[in-house]
Write a protein that binds this ligand. Sequence first.
Ligand code: GCU
Length: 396
Amino acid sequence: MCPMNAAISLLAIALLAQAPGPVRTADKTGHVSNYDESKVTSYTLPDPLVMVNGTRVSDAKTWSSARRPEIIRFYEQEIFGAIPANTPSIAWDAPQIERGDTAVTRRIAGRIGAAPDGPRVNLKVVLPVNPKGAVPVILLMQFGGGGTAVVDPPVASEILARGWGYATVGYQEIQPDKADAFDQGVIGAAAAGKARTPESWGDVSAWAWGVSRVIDYLEKDPAIDARRIAVHGHSRLGKTALWASALDPRIAAVYASCPGEMGAALSRRDFGETVDDMAQRFPYWFNGNFQKWAGRWNDMPVYAHMLIALSAPRPVFVTGGTEDQWADPVGEFLAEVAAGPVYRLLGRKDLGATRLPPLDTAVLDGDLGWLYHTGPHAATPDDWKAFLRFLDKYFK
Ligand code: GCU
C-alpha cells in the first residue's frame, strides 16, 4: 500500500472508531456519512400546507382533495413507484385453527396470483379467547418469512390481555428483499413478463401492497374490528408501514420503529444515511426515478414530515435508538414535529413537543407519538409498551 493510501485508511479507521454509525462514501457523489450535528446546515423544509404552485392549503378539504394527492403522486413517480392497477389478488386457504388458554391462533396460507406455483404467503392471526365483540388487531410486517420464522411481538400477552389481537406476515413472501428479484414475488406476478420503466414500483411499494391485501383478509373476518387495525414495521418495514398507511386509509394507526432515511428521517439534515446511500445500496426498494435524487436531495419537494402527514388525522408513533444514528433519530423527531401543521389543520393534536424530549421518555399526549430509547436499532419491549399506551387512546 502506498503511504498516502495507508494514511487514508488509518483516517478511515480513526473515523470509524469515533463515528456512532457506519461511515460510508457514496460511489456516485463521493458523499461521506455525517454524524456531526454542528455540520447540519440550516435548511427550510417545504411547507406541507403549500401546494407546489404556491397555493396555501387552509382547509381539510383542500388538503385531502389536492395537496395530499400531490404529495402521494410525487412519492409514486419519483420515489417508491405506484402500485400497478393490475396487481393480482391473494387467494387464501381455509385457516388452520389452534386453541390455546389465552389465544386462538389461525394460520392461513395464501397464494399470490392465479399461477399454481405463485408466491406463497403465510399469515398468522392471534386473537384473544372470549373476546367482547369484534377485536382490534395490530398487523406486524415482519422480517423473515416462510411462516415459521415469523416471531410474535414482545408484548403479545399484553396485546391479548387488552382484548386485542395481532397478525404477522413475513415481508419477503410478498417480495424478496434482494436485487434482481423483480421477476419474483408480487412484482414478478404483476409484471407478467412486461419490461420495467423508471416509474415501475420497487419493493417498499410491493410490501405496502402486501399490507393492504392482508387487511382485505382481516376486514372480512367478523371476529376482527376492521376500523381498528394498526400496522407495525421496523426499519425498512417502518418505511413500508408509513407508505402503506399513506395509501390505505383502512390503517387506523401506525407504529414505525426506527424507520430512518426515506421513512421518518429528514434527508435535508444530511445526518447518517442519505438518499445517495439508499439509491446505491438498495435501488430495488425504490423505482428507477429515485436514482436521480442522489446528490440532489436538497431539491426534493417532499421529505419525511410529509410522508408522516399523509397518515393524518390517524395516529402515528415513531421510535429511534441512541445506537442507531444511521437512522438519524433527531431527524425522525423533527419530521414528526414538522408534520404537526397537517394534524392541526385536520383538528387533531400535533406531537406537543418541539424540542427533543429526554431519552427513554415517551411522548404520547398528541396524535403523533415519539420515543427515543437508549439502545439499538430495534423495536424494544419498552417501545412496544409505549405504543400500546398510545394505542389505548384510540382502541380502548
Ligand atoms: C439498512 C438501511 C436502512 C434500513 C435498514 C433496515 O441499514 O440502510 O435504511 O432501515 O437497513 O431495514 O434494517
